[in-house]
Design a protein around this ligand. Structure first.
Ligand SMILES: Nc1nc2c(ncn2[C@@H]2O[C@H](COP(=O)(O)OP(=O)(O)OP(=O)(O)O)[C@@H](O)[C@H]2O)c(=O)[nH]1
Length: 248
């Protein structure tokens, strides 16, 4: 895995097992030491693939809200438990999804939430077509900071970037301090779709990425007479489907 500042990522580290307590590199809040340099905008391992549409999605939000875990859940279907390792700079993962019989390759950038990396990550905003903005439902400060994140997004990202708000760690019901309605209300105020996710259980993680992929695919391939894809409606219908099938 490449990182802006390095070759070793927390994705590949010893946290991949949910019960393992990891070695020296994963002590609480201490970032990995990185050795190589690469840039997610120039991925080395994937040459351009003409039959696929490449879309760039960026994960944003305070440190420890669960950005890396949400990405690993989506990419590998696993939960990164164990000690928390903060991301350094920026990392990325690719995943190909099928949207209406068309392959869409998502290149997903996982950014460091820590303040000290902000100037590094700002440089990448403009290349993202979609942004998943996360807060932690058990940490009020991460929710309160969403407005500041949206201000930064409006300053640095493309004007038509697709934004989705995610309240992560929905499995932690006992520690919850932000109600779903508060997330809904904030999202409505900014006109962005919202859902709660859990990287631990997987709830809504795939749905979040698929809704983004659908929106981006529809924007790129929309015929003049075709109705506009309604991401809010799609999410609501899919949420109801999962709830009625006991998948939430
Ligand atoms: N219970 C629970 N824990 C989670 C969930 N998502 C993440 N965590 C835990 O929260 C901590 C932070 O997760 P990360 O994914 O590393 O957070 P991050 O947002 O990438 O943090 P930075 O890299 O510093 O920006 C880790 O200890 C995870 O195991 C979740 O959905 N449920």
């Amino acid at each position: 895995v490449a990182g802006l500042h390095g070759g070793r990522s927390k994705f590949a580290g010893s946290r991949a097992s949910s019960s393992s307590s990891s070695s020296s590199s994963s002590s609480s809040s201490s970032p990995h030491q990185f050795t190589a340099v690469s840039d997610p905008r120039c991925p080395p391992e994937d040459p351009p693939c003409p039959e696929k549409t490449l879309k760039t999605v960026m994960l944003l939000g305070d440190s420890a809200v669960g950005k890396t875990c949400v990405l690993v859940r989506f990419k590998d279907g696993a939960f990164l438990g164990g000690n928390f390792i903060a991301t350094v700079g920026i990392d990325f993962r690719n995943k190909v999804v099928t949207v209406d019989n068309m392959k869409v390759k998502l290149q997903i950038w996982d950014t460091a939430g820590q303040e000290r990396f902000r100037s590094v990550t700002h440089a990448y905003y403009r290349d993202a077509q979609a942004l998943l903005l996360l807060y932690d439902i058990t940490r009020k400060s991460s929710f309160d900071n969403i407005r500041a994140w949206l201000t930064e997004i409006h300053e640095y990202a493309q004007k038509d970037v697709v934004i989705m708000l995610l309240g992560n760690k929905s499995d932690m019901a006992a520690e919850r301090v932000i109600r779903p309605e508060e997330g809904e209300k904030l999202a409505k105020e900014y006109g962005v779709p919202f859902m709660e996710t859990s990287a631990k259980t997987g709830a809504n993680v795939e749905l979040a990425f698929l809704a983004i992929a659908k929106e981006l695919k529809h924007r790129a391939a929309r015929q003049p007479c075709e109705p506009k894809f309604q991401i809010h409606d799609y999410i609501e219908s899919q949420k109801q489907k999962s709830a009625c099938c006991g998948l939430l």
